[in-house]
Design a protein around this ligand. Sequence first.
Ligand code: 8IG
Length: 276
Amino acid sequence: MSDTSNPLDDPTADPFAVAAEAAADIARLTGVERHDIALTLGSGWGRAAELVGETTATIPASEVAGFSAPALEGHVGSLRSILTPRGKRVLVIGARTHYYEGHGVRRVVHSVRTAAATGAKTMVLTNGAGGIRPSWKPGTPVLISDHINLTGDSPLEGATFIDLTDLYSMRLRDLARTIDPSLDEGVYCQFRGPQYETPAEVQMAKIIGGHIVGMSTALEAIAARQAGMEILGFSLITNMAAGIQTTPLSHKEVIEAGQLAEPVISSLLARVIGAM
Ligand code: 8IG
């Protein structure tokens, strides 16, 4: 798939068939028949892959079915195959499609469905996000304990009733805490974006039980559960949510906080994945 059309934009296409095709593309292009773990790198987490193990292949996502995008949107990132010291194969997804891009939820969760089709039983989802707890300073990594999906959308089609109890695996959260016992956890609220929240929306999120605000992950986690994967979610708090911090949110500050935290969270993530 190196043309500019995307099979997922055809409403009659079966998204699971496209994911199976993508998994076959990945096997062919990486030379790795099956992966064990998939890792989506969100803002701030980009360098973490280097510490996870030895990169055995890097492929442009545009070569993989369903990841291709019209040329005008620019590049869609890359996919990497990594071999951990303990012999696990990790598929690193550096090509997240956000809901706010407006291509529909099938495109948003395609990387997760593809990861499942490569054989991955564990899905590690990372993101950069705003924090509601004032004690979480920019640069703090937080485990996701649960989510509130405020997009009003779902990757599930038709009467597909799926249990989301323990969506963010307690077992994997406990595993992460064996690496860093100081890790806090919280409920992730996925907003549609791309605008950041108003202070009133952040207060709403707090009142309904949220601790973290972001624009990804919840829809992906639902698709991962549908695919039978065990899920670990990490947010890097890059900013205090609007109104929690009194100064305006700046995208530049968000990026800088991520860059400062990068060495610490990269080694954390590598050690957690290494322990899987
Ligand atoms: I980085 O404060 C990052 N992503 N919704 N709100 C939302 N998404 C975010 C934020 C934030 N910071």
